[in-house]
Design a protein around this ligand. Structure first.
Ligand code: ADP
Length: 412
């Protein structure tokens, strides 16, 4: 008998066994029966014509009708279905046909099914990739929305906090003045200093919140002016002298070639970046530790390195710490303290530092062998700042034109 006649001979038994194996005891057989019949017909046609690709359309239809939960699973449900169909066809052939006929039909079926398997696997993979990228883009949209509402919340709360804080500040200053006129005693002076210190810290946090929302909304204003790394580092060094002394640490500045070369940047903002990183270096280095500021010239860039002998950072968090509100381990639990060992902050300093450096066209990253409070392996922050011969903004270029000419003549 020809294979087409053989398959016709086993057709009804195959359909029965296949439908029972695919969904034993459920009403699935009724829904799926017309599709199974269509499949059988196509298998017959494929065997008759010797063209297994006649199965392609039904496999494509079955792929596109997969449910979300099927697409979420790692294995291919379609390949499983084809497997079951082939297994039941082999079983029914063995039970109902002469051994020679069964063998001939199984060989023909395997030939047709092998094309079916590869098509199913290919289409299934495509459907899963499409499904996953759709899910990914939906998740991204949700995350973007969340980030935007976080940013809006920061902007609104910073604004709302600023007004009462200015009032407290104003009244505290008036109180100070009147107490000083009446003769302030040491106890009152301590109380007032506490209020003023507290309001100053709140001001810093609010300013950080405002900076973070300016960065998130990409509206941070950078005032490009001539700047010299040497000047910024000198200011930074003198600013931090007292704290470094208090913490019995050493701050070494290693001059590097090009440290006195002029570039264009926002000096206030760049100092803010260095200050944030140096403050962290002080905070996360035990008393007696060492902080080093060094650098080098790269083609088109300054690279400033701020390294410490502190607790270090787990490799898994090296890029995460530049995200908003990320504080690791011990610092997340400690009460705030700008320079206390492992003192916590709001987790905005590095996010702001990265925003400022990126708006200068630079980049920032950190290296550390790992986190270890006992061995203190340290961390090294790298800051790349573009070397510019004129400000990027055309208005500013015009303003600094005579200066640019002079410095170019000097350079020649
Ligand atoms: P914070 O206001 O908490 O200091 P930052 O954004 O400046 O926020 O830093 C985020 C976190 O990154 C810190 O809480 C700390 O866990 C980690 N970190 C930053 N700098 C260092 C450093 N030099 N050594 C070890 N950990 C650091």
């Amino acid at each position: 008998m020809h294979e087409v006649d053989l398959i016709s001979a086993i057709r009804s038994a195959w359909l029965k066994e296949a439908s029972e194996s695919l969904a034993p005891g459920s009403n699935f057989q009724d829904n799926f029966m017309p599709e199974l019949e269509r499949f059988c017909g196509l298998v017959e046609k494929a065997i008759g014509t010797g063209s297994p690709e006649v199965l392609d359309p039904i496999i494509a239809d079955w792929t596109s009708s997969q449910t979300q939960s099927e697409l979420q699973t790692a294995s291919s449900s379609l390949v499983d279905i084809l497997n079951t169909l082939l297994a039941s066809a082999i079983d029914v052939s063995n039970k109902n046909l002469e051994p020679g006929d069964a063998l001939a039909l199984i060989a023909a079926l395997v030939n047709v099914f092998s094309r079916g398997f590869s098509q199913a696997a290919k289409l299934d993979a495509q459907a899963k990739v499409a499904f996953t990228s759709e899910q990914l883009s939906q998740t991204n949209q949700i995350l973007e929305k969340l980030d935007r509402s976080k940013s809006d919340f920061i902007a609104v709360s910073a604004h709302e906090l600023k007004t009462p804080l200015t009032l407290i500040d104003g009244y505290a200053s008036m109180l100070k003045e009147s107490l000083e006129q009446a003769g302030i005693n040491s106890y009152q002076a301590v109380l007032l200093a506490g209020i003023l210190n507290g309001t100053q810290r709140l001001h810093n946090i609010i300013n950080d919140m405002i900076d973070a929302s300016l960065i998130d909304n990409e509206i941070l204003n950078v005032n490009f002016q001539p700047v010299w790394m040497s000047q910024l580092i000198t200011i930074l060094k003198s600013e931090s002298e007292n704290i470094i002394r208090e913490r019995k640490q050493t701050l070494e500045v290693i001059p590097f070639e090009g440290i006195s070369q002029m570039t264009y940047g926002d000096p206030e903002r760049l100092i803010q970046v260095f200050r944030n990183i140096l403050t962290n270096a002080i905070k996360f280095t035990p008393d007696g530790g060492k902080i080093t500021i060094s650098g080098r010239m790269l083609p088109g860039f300054f690279e400033i390195l701020i390294s410490d002998t502190g607790i270090g950072i787990d490799p898994e968090y090296l890029s995460l710490i530049f995200e908003k509100f990320v504080r690791l381990g011990a610092s997340a639990l400690h009460s705030s303290g700008k320079t206390k060992y492992k003192g916590g902050g709001p987790g905005l300093g590095l996010h702001i530092a990265r925003g400022i450096i990126e708006s200068h066209g630079g980049t920032i990253w950190v290296e550390s062998p790992g986190f270890d409070e006992l061995c203190c392996p340290g961390s090294v922050f790298h800051i790349l700042i573009p070397l510019r011969s004129s400000p990027p903004d055309s208005k500013m270029s015009k303003l600094f034109a005579p200066f640019i000419k002079l410095s170019q003549e000097k350079g020649n």
